[in-house]
Design a protein. Structure first.
Length: 193
């Protein structure tokens, strides 16, 4: 029942009026604020660490829909790998891929592991228009399905954040190819210094 309700809500959201496409990120220094919903499904493996303590690793894939007049894009494919420990919290990494194939990378951190715990994402750069991007976002997570075989489905609640484009130097540091330095002209013999 829950899976069919979630599927119906996603279909309803997809059929709504489309907003105009978001422009590319502004020049370095311009912040873009956004709100949205992240839904994902995947698998989780858990081990007991004694008593009430558990650790788990989850791999999640899904979609991210953003709203707001200055959002960096409308829809993204969103992937995440997270490690949870009920004693120490959650750490993970996420990749958001837009319709152009440009990617934004982020680090995830959470203080708790239960549904409703606050999670903070920090942008680590990316590719294309997200190269060198910085900023943060936050949300809480709610599982809508947690099956015995490790299958999980969930969605964010209250996702909001801001991002800004990086400088060309920041793009190179984030893994984007740097432009080659200019080469000196060859001498009379055709050799380069």
């Amino acid at each position: 029942m829950r899976a069919s309700t979630l599927a119906g809500l996603l279909a309803l959201a997809a059929c709504g009026p489309q907003a105009p496409p978001a422009a590319s990120l502004p020049a370095a220094g311009g912040w873009r604020e956004f709100e949205g919903t992240w839904t994902a499904a995947g698998s989780r493996q858990r081990i007991r660490l004694g008593g009430d303590r558990w650790a788990s690793v989850a791999s999640l894939n899904g979609s991210l829909l953003l709203a707001g007049p200055s959002r960096p894009g409308i829809g993204f494919r969103a992937e995440a790998i997270v490690f949870n420990d009920t004693g120490t919290g959650m750490v993970g990494r996420a990749v958001w891929t837009d319709e152009r194939g440009d990617q934004a990378y982020s680090e995830l951190r959470g203080e708790g592991t239960s549904t409703g715990s606050r999670i903070v994402g920090t942008f680590l750069g990316g590719t294309g228009r997200y190269a060198g991007a910085t900023g943060t976002y936050e949300f809480t997570w709610r599982f809508v399905l947690q099956a015995e075989d490790g299958t999980v489905q969930g969605q964010s609640m209250g996702l909001k954040g801001k991002v800004r484009a990086g400088s060309p130097q920041g793009a190179a540091a984030a893994g984007a190819p740097a432009s080659a330095p200019p080469q000196a002209a060859p001498d009379a013999a055709g050799a380069r210094p």
